[in-house]
Design a protein around this ligand. Structure first.
Ligand code: Z57
Length: 837
């Protein structure tokens, strides 16, 4: 008999190159092996989801080889590492993206179809990890993609929410929410690391004690303890050997806690403890730019921040680095104030747990953190009521008081006798109820503070963080956002990407500035023709998708005009829909009017408690319904509300869009990133002078951009004078408002949209009426421009050709150079030889 143990005793090969080869044949073998040995399914009985899982595991094997190689390179070099702290990572589906980055998308598509399966059906099986709300979470995802592509050693740290952003369904025109059970069928992209679990304390109180050397110290006696368990997802670079890590924490109950209760016979208590612990990573708060101030949210923030900092200290121990060098080993970026508690937590870990002198700990802390602000909206600035804060983090409150005393001492000397300034700068807001100001904590504890677009960074200095700017002007800078062209062009728009590569080669995906080489092609009639054909093919695909989802027919020959983003008054979806109603009114009044057919496409989620945003969704759907049923406007005007806008749906809509709506009130949108995805994919923008729109216009040229509306300065002036909407009322706008209020879109219900129309008429902080005429006028120019097909196509090509700046690779290069000082570390793929055991 053969002796199977023989070979086990002398293992020489950690992995088999054949097993993870990138050839089609090796891939088929791996796929079938996974189906049988991992899924336990016989091909004839397997479901589409079983096939997807097998495919995902076959891809994952190929990714792990790179991951091991990356870990080996980083460990060997003891490299400086970026830790990106974010409460949200809106990753979108992994499968297609990993195939693109590995460079095997086509081979795998062929392998799968040769096995008689439909590749696109399998791709669609993946439940996307929607662990974010909108722009901020998606930015974090683009950033970790770019860091891997640029070979920057990095870790993304966040929360493994069991339920991500809710699933939106439209019922009778209203948004309804359903839980996002993305883990239902398991997650093949993550790897559990139970050996690196850490304990996180919460609640309780502090007390003084004397240590062995009779020193007076403070001890935190927690009310409860949870365990953070890391789940790692490898993040591939584009066509290199780098696989960085996204490390997300799941909250679990510590066994020891359970046992003490359990042993006392209190089974219910033991279960309650477990249930409570797990609620910490149960669900993502679905608010974008409007905080709710819930205890659980603060607990979530502290939970992932503490677990991450402890994990980083473990890495230092493994690499035998002293904690005094924490800031040399790690650069931590705070994605908004959600992880800002890290400033106090690092101080606690250094001062309390590692007995480091305060001054030294503070020096390390300030050299470790950098803070990115993402908003100018006052309601989005996090402030925690003192009592709530104290009940969750009693020790941190004391540390923050100490940080504040020392900080205000510095301010007092700099600004002699300026008491008002002290109150404005304090980490504690003492006007009325007292609050901890998280943005102030982030500013004080960071060496660098940045905004996310030029205008936003300027307004931060003038406005929201003015006092900090006057104190530390050298800390402030700008890092204009970007998006990854791998997901937002190569993966989502293969037709266009192939045409571009045919014209200028394929290195543009790594160096997006090379898109400039497309400029001469704007003058080439044959190229323009192909450019148009591709847009049309994308529109046809999208129309089929709309038909399947909404059951309505849209005409691919009409102008596709798209606004997809979170629903918020400052983003002014209502400005858009008021204009649609105006067009409808024009068509009804003059049925023979010369009219460029248009399809208005909307998509986006409203925070579940944001009633006005939900009412805007209802209005859009109500208009869509009326317009769809009215034969008088048939084929000329259509309105579609795309349900459940998320990353996957975004990948379908950007390539099909011709007009991108970026119509926020100037001075309100920090940057916007959807605006960049549209422009890269050849859509033209109708937009205000807000966020990154300004830079997009700068890059593509004013003649290739439809600008309207008040500037941020004019908005401020208008408000300063006292904004009176009625002064901006026109006859057409009057008709529009009357039509809504008459119940025309609400089956005679004259009350339904009153809160919306009254808001616009009497107290509108977003100046919709003030911009309405300028917007309508600009939309007329859009319709005229669209009729000149060649002119439009030229503008479209130039938008794409000049969008190189908006690659997140450029953004990350700037963070590396100016903030992180983290050099790249190329990775060599380990071979069998390297890993002989
Ligand atoms: C969020 O998605 C953004 C800012 C926030 O403060 C919160 Br909370 C969530 C967005 C901005 O609204 C966008 O303008 C910006 O492009 C994006 O963050 C990424 O910076």
């Amino acid at each position: 008999m053969a002796t199977p143990m023989k070979s086990m005793e002398t293992p020489t090969e950690l992995y088999d190159d054949e097993r993870t080869a990138l050839t089609k044949e090796a891939f088929k073998r791996a796929f079938l092996d996974n189906l049988l040995y991992v899924q336990g399914k016989f091909p004839a009985l397997a479901s589409q989801n079983d096939y997807y899982q097998a495919l995902a595991y076959a891809v994952r094997d190929r990714l792990l080889q790179r991951w091991i190689s990356t870990a080996a390179a980083y460990t060997k070099q003891g490299s400086r590492t970026v830790a990106y702290f974010s409460a949200e990572f809106l990753m979108g589906p992994h499968l297609g993206n990993n195939l693109i980055n590995l460079g095997i998308y086509e081979q795998v598509r062929e392998a799968i179809s040769e096995l008689g399966l439909d590749f696109d059906t399998l791709l669609r099986q993946e439940d996307e990890p929607g662990l974010g709300n909108g722009g901020l979470g998606r930015l974090a995802a683009c950033f970790i993609d770019s860091m891997a592509t640029l070979e920057i050693p990095s870790l993304g740290y966040g929360i493994r929410y069991e339920f991500g952003i809710f699933h939106q369904e439209i019922v009778d025109g209203w948004q309804t929410e359903r839980t996002d059970k993305w883990l239902r069928f398991g997650n093949p992209w993550e790897i559990l690391r139970p050996e690196w679990a850490v304990e996180v304390k919460l609640g309780g109180h502090t007390e003084q004690y004397r240590d062995e050397q009779e020193r007076l110290r403070i001890r935190w006696v927690p009310g409860k303890v949870v365990v953070g368990v890391p789940y790692d997802t490898p993040i591939l670079g584009f066509r290199n050997n780098t696989a960085n890590t996204l490390r997300l924490w799941k909250a679990e109950a510590p066994e020891s806690f359970d046992f003490s209760t359990f042993n006392r016979g209190d089974y219910g208590g033991a279960v309650r403890q477990k249930v409570w612990s797990e609620t910490l990573s149960k669900v993502l708060y679905p608010n974008d730019e409007q905080i709710q101030g819930k205890t659980l949210r603060l607990e979530q923030q502290y939970f992932f921040v503490s677990a991450s900092l402890q994990d980083m200290m473990r890495i230092m121990r493994v690499q035998k680095l002293p904690l005094e060098r924490f800031h040399e080993k790690f650069a931590v970026q705070l994605n908004d104030t959600h992880p800002a508690i890290a400033v106090a937590e690092l101080m606690r870990l250094l001062v309390d747990d590692h007995v480091m002198p305060w001054e030294q700990a503070w020096d390390i802390t300030c050299k470790t953190f950098a803070y990115t602000n993402h908003t100018l909206l006052p309601e989005a600035l996090e402030c925690w009521p003192l009592e709530l804060f104290k009940s969750v983090l009693p020790r941190h409150l004391d540390l923050i008081y100490e940080i504040n005393v020392r900080f205000l001492d510095e301010v007092r000397i700099r600004f002699y006798g300026d008491e008002a300034r002290l109150a404005r700068l304090s980490l504690i807001d003492e006007h009325g109820e007292r609050y901890v100001r998280m943005a102030h904590l982030a500013c004080v504890g960071s060496h660098t503070i940045n905004g996310v677009a030029e205008l936003h960074s300027e307004l931060l200095k003038q406005d929201v963080l003015r006092d900090f700017y006057e104190l530390w002007p050298h800390k402030f800078g700008n890092k204009t956002n970007g998006v990854t062209p791998r997901r937002w062009m190569a993966l989502s728009n293969p037709r266009l990407s192939d045409l571009i590569s045919e014209a200028i080669g394929d290195s543009w995906l790594k160096n997006l500035d090379e898109l400039q080489k497309l400029e001469p092609f704007a003058q080439d009639a044959a190229f323009r023709q192909r450019w148009r054909e591709i847009k049309l093919a994308n529109k046809v695909d999208f129309a089929a998708f709309v038909k399947e989802r909404n059951g309505i027919n849209i005409d691919p020959a009409s102008l596709f005009d798209v606004q997809v983003k979170r629903i918020h008054e400052y983003k002014r979806q209502h400005l858009n829909i008021l204009h649609v109603i105006a067009l409808y009114h024009r068509l009804r009044s003059d049925p023979n009017a010369d009219f460029q057919p248009r399809t208005f496409i909307f998509g986006g989620k409203a925070a579940p408690a944001y009633h006005m945003a939900k009412l805007i969704i209802k209005l859009i759907n109500s208009v869509a319904d009326v317009v769809d049923r009215d034969p008088a406007v048939k084929d000329r005007l259509k309105v579609v509300f795309l349900q459940n806008f998320n990353v996957s749906n975004g990948q379908r809509v950007y390539p099909a869009a011709e007009l991108s709506e970026q119509i926020s009130t100037a001075g309100k949108e920090a940057s916007g990133t959807g605006n960049m995805k549209f422009s890269m994919n050849g859509a033209l923008t109708i937009g205000t002078m807000d966020g990154a729109n300004i830079e997009i216009r700068q890059e593509v040229g004013a003649e290739n951009f439809f600008l309207f509306g008040l500037t941020a300065e004019q908005v401020a002036q208008t408000k300063g004078r006292g904004y009176r909407p009625l002064e901006h009322m026109t006859a057409e706008l009057q008709e529009v408002i009357s039509l809504i209020n008459s119940g025309f879109f609400s089956r005679g219900d004259v009350q339904m949209f009153r809160a919306l129309t009254d808001g616009l008429l009497w107290h509108d902080p977003y100046l919709v009426f003030a911009d309405f005429e300028s917007y309508s006028e600009c939309q007329l120019q859009v319709s005229q421009a669209y009729r000149d097909v060649d002119h439009w196509t030229r503008m479209s090509i130039l938008n794409s050709a000049r969008s190189g700046k908006f690659s997140s690779d450029r953004t990350i290069r700037e963070y590396c150079a100016d903030i992180w000082r983290a050099p790249s570390v190329p990775v060599r793929l380990l071979s069998q030889e390297d890993v002989k055991v």
